[in-house]
Design a protein around this ligand. Structure first.
Ligand SMILES: [Zn+2]
Length: 309
C-alpha cells in the first residue's frame, strides 16, 4: 500500500528505530527490497533519484512501484523523490503519484534554500504529499549531487530550527558526518558521526531527521567483487552500529544505496564467472535480486524496523 511517511515516522520516533530508504532503479531491485520487507514485516521507503529517472524513466519506475504496492498490500510503501533539485521536478513528481518528495536546496544560500523549500512545501501539502528538506552539505557524490572533500558543512542546530519553522517541512536531512558514495572514510580513519549535534537538532526542530549517505560499504562485498575480477578500491562507510545509534537521536529515515549496489555487483560477477556457459540473463539478474533481498533484510535488522508494519 502506498502511504506518506507521516504515521511511519511518528511511530519510528516514538519507538526509536529508523526506516530504510532504498534507491530503486529497476525491477529486480524493487522486487528484492519488497521481498525483504515482506520477510521482515517492515515498512519501507522506495526512493527515486535523478539518475534513476534518467536510467529507467519515471513512468516505468512509477508503474513498477505501483505494481509492488498491489502485490504486497500489507507493506506500507512510501514513494519518495530523492534529491529533487528544483520546484519543477518536485511538482512533476507530486502530480504523478509520489507520496513524498525531497527538495534539496542545500547548494543554495540559506535564504534561497528556505524560499525554494517553502514553495515546494506549499504545493506538496495542498496535494497531500510530504516534503523532506536539507540543510548543511554532505561531501561525496550521488548522481548529480557533488560536493568536494573539505567543502561539506555540518548542519547548524539553530539555523535548522529556523529553517523548519519557516518552511513547514515534514522531515529534515542533516549533515553530521556521513557522505555520499562508496568512498566515505579512508580505511585507516576512524569514522565519526556527530550524535551530539544530531540530538540537539532533533530537540529543536521536533520533526524526524534523515541520514543520507549512510551505507556501510561492507568489506566482504568489496572483497567478493574484487575476487571475481572487480577493482573497487578500499574505503569504509558508516559502521552499522552508528546507524542503529542514529535512530536513538531523532533519525527516522536512513538512506542506503551503495550497499545494495555492492551486493548486486558481487552477486552478478560471481554468477557470470561461475556459469560461463549461461546466457539466460535471468540467472545473474535473479541472483542479484536475491542478493538485494538478503542485504535489505540485514539492513532492516540494523535499523530496527522488523515487525513494525
Ligand atoms: Zn542523498
Amino acid at each position: 500500500m502506498l502511504v506518506t511517511s507521516t504515521d511511519l515516522f511518528t511511530k519510528a520516533l516514538a519507538e526509536k528505530y529508523a526506516i530504510g530508504a532504498f534507491n530503486v532503479n529497476n525491477l529486480e531491485i524493487i522486487q528484492g527490497i519488497l521481498e525483504g520487507c515482506k520477510a521482515k514485516q517492515s515498512p519501507v521507503i522506495l526512493q527515486v533519484s535523478a539518475g534513476a529517472r534518467e536510467y529507467a524513466g519515471s513512468i516505468f519506475l512509477r508503474k513498477l512501484i505501483e505494481g509492488g504496492a498491489e502485490i504486497y498490500p500489507e507493506i506500507p510503501i512510501v514513494f519518495h523523490l530523492d534529491h529533487g533539485e528544483d520546484f519543477a521536478i518536485c511538482k512533476d513528481c507530486i502530480d504523478n503519484g509520489f507520496t513524498s518528495v525531497m527538495i534539496d536546496g542545500s547548494k543554495h544560500p540559506f535564504e534561497e534554500n528556505m524560499r525554494l523549500t517553502k514553495e515546494v512545501v506549499d504545493y506538496a501539502h495542498s496535494k497531500g504529499v510530504v516534503v523532506e528538506g536539507e540543510l548543511g552539505k554532505l561531501e561525496g557524490m550521488e548522481d548529480d549531487v557533488k560536493v568536494a572533500k573539505g567543502e561539506g558543512i555540518y548542519t547548524d542546530p539553530d539555523q535548522a530550527a529556523e529553517f523548519v519553522e519557516k518552511t513547514g517541512i515534514d522531515s529534515l536531512a542533516v549533515a553530521i558526518g556521513t557522505s555520499h558514495g562508496a568512498y566515505k572514510f579512508p580505511l585507516d580513519a576512524k569514522p565519526e558521526l556527530d550524535f551530539e549535534r544530531c540530538g540537539k537538532i532533533a530537540e529543536l526542530v521536533k520533526i524526524p531527521l534523515v541520514l543520507h549517505g549512510a551505507s556501510s560499504v561492507l568489506q566482504d562485498f568489496v572483497a567478493e567483487i574484487n575476487s571475481y575480477g572487480g577493482e573497487v578500491k578500499g574505503s569504509q562507510g558508516v559502521p552499522e552500529a552508528m546507524i542503529t545509534e542514529a535512530s536513538k537521536h531523532g533519525v527516522a529515515k536512513v538512506n542506503i544505496d551503495t550497499d545494495i549496489r555492492l551486493a548486486m555487483t558481487a552477486s552478478m560477477r560471481k554468477n557470470l564467472k561461475e556459469m560461463p556457459e549461461n546466457f539466460d540473463v535471468r540467472k545473474p539478474l535473479g541472483a542479484a535480486r536475491d542478493a538485494v533481498q538478503k542485504m535489505v533484510e540485514h539492513k532492516i535488522d540494523i535499523l530496527g524496523s522488523a515487525g513494525k508494519i
